[in-house]
Design a protein around this ligand. Structure first.
Ligand code: PEP
Ligand code: MN
Length: 343
């Protein structure tokens, strides 16, 4: 993974919208004359001068005193725009009218995969009645075996759009192929990049070039820094609406499908301004652990959870062992509400 372990120090100079022609060149010239490598980029309509400073070539000047400069930020991590140094205040991501990261605990729920209209609608009705605010359901599934059910594709997306209209819930769906980003983003309120694709840099960049918010799951062998580097790939292309999702990492422990790295939540929140959610279903792979891990996520300060719910888990085509039946999900939501009130 291409993260820079030799420091990754950099300087970002944010030009003022009122900068005069020539202001930017003056900054660039000053940086380059000291031997620093600097380039100009544009993010959210703002011009930035970005200089890598691994070699300590950036002179410690009062950059804010240069004409046309609004703010200068020194960053000590390889990731830049997603870091707390770049933005001190927390990012709030809006998903079809639902806010993630605004201080509440957002619950996303629904089936792992869309299997049929009956299955999706039964799940959507149940999670809506229990109080979830976003529906999940995938039309494209990244499966470990090429012989496993791969999802309904376009037909699955159409069903999700129907479910949104019928139940009034925005939805998240996974995109596994850069060629499908436009299609999935054209339907979903939040597009998701899964654990297996966290380092698919073409997919990350494609997701960064479209306007829908993106949920980025942590790769199951990725460090927190590599995860944030992956988020940087999205942000750098101009999309700042990113939700991180911890989903467990692969360890030597076979009792659970993965090991939920609960400490990754406060660590990622300290390093980054992006909201951090938890997937208790994929991290444990076990229905009996979904409730305790959800409550742990709430207690540790996560911005929400994404939970697998299936109307008849024993018949699920994907991940039935970890899906909650509707009544268990409703009971979990009651416990979430009382713990949230106690906190
Ligand atoms: C999922 O959420 O359905 C999924 C495939 O999860 P992950 O990418 O975390 O394995
Ligand atoms: Mn799944």
């Amino acid at each position: 993974m291409a993260s820079n372990r030799n420091g990754g120090r950099s300087l970002i100079i944010i030009m003022s919208p009122e900068a005069a022609p020539g202001d930017q060149e003056r900054v660039l010239e000053r940086l380059r004359s000291g031997g620093a490598e600097a380039e100009v980029s544009t993010l959210a309509g703002r011009d930035l001068v970005v200089a890598a400073d691994d070699a300590g070539a950036v002179p410690p000047l009062a950059w804010e005193a240069f004409p046309g400069v609004e703010r200068a930020v020194v960053l000590n991590a390889p990731f830049r725009f997603v870091s707390r140094d770049y933005q001190a205040g927390r990012t709030v991501v809006e998903v079809g009218g639902v806010q993630i990261g605004a201080g509440g605990f957002t619950v996303i729920a629904g089936p792992c995969a869309v299997e049929s209209r009956e299955q999706l609608f039964a799940a959507a009705a149940a999670v809506q009645a229990a109080g979830a605010s976003i529906l999940r359901g995938d039309a494209f599934k990244p499966r470990t075996s090429p012989y496993s059910f791969q999802g309904l594709g376009r037909a699955g997306l159409d069903l999700l759009v129907e479910a949104r209209e019928r139940f009034g819930l925005p939805f998240v769906a996974e995109v596994v192929d850069p060629r499908d980003v436009e299609q999935v983003a054209g339907c979903a309120d939040l597009i998701r990049i899964g654990s297996r694709n966290m380092s698919n840099f073409t997919l990350l960049a494609e997701a960064g070039r479209q306007p829908r918010p993106v949920m980025l799951k942590r790769g199951f062998t990725a460090t927190i820094e590599e995860w944030l580097d992956a988020a940087e790939y999205i942000y750098k292309e101009g999309n700042s609406h990113i939700v991180l999702c911890e989903r467990g990492i692969r360890t030597f422990e076979p009792q659970t499908r993965n090991t939920l790295d609960i400490s990754a939540v406060p660590v990622a929140q300290a390093l980054s301004h992006l909201p951090v959610m938890v997937d208790p279903s994929h991290s444990s792979g076990r229905r009996d652990l979904v409730a305790p891990l959800t409550l742990a996520a709430l207690a540790v300060g996560a911005d929400g959870v994404m939970v697998d719910v299936h109307p008849a888990p024993e018949t699920a085509l994907v991940d039935g062992a970890q899906a909650l039946p509707p009544e268990e999900f409703a009971s979990l939501m009651r416990r979430v509400r009382s713990l949230a009130a106690a906190l």
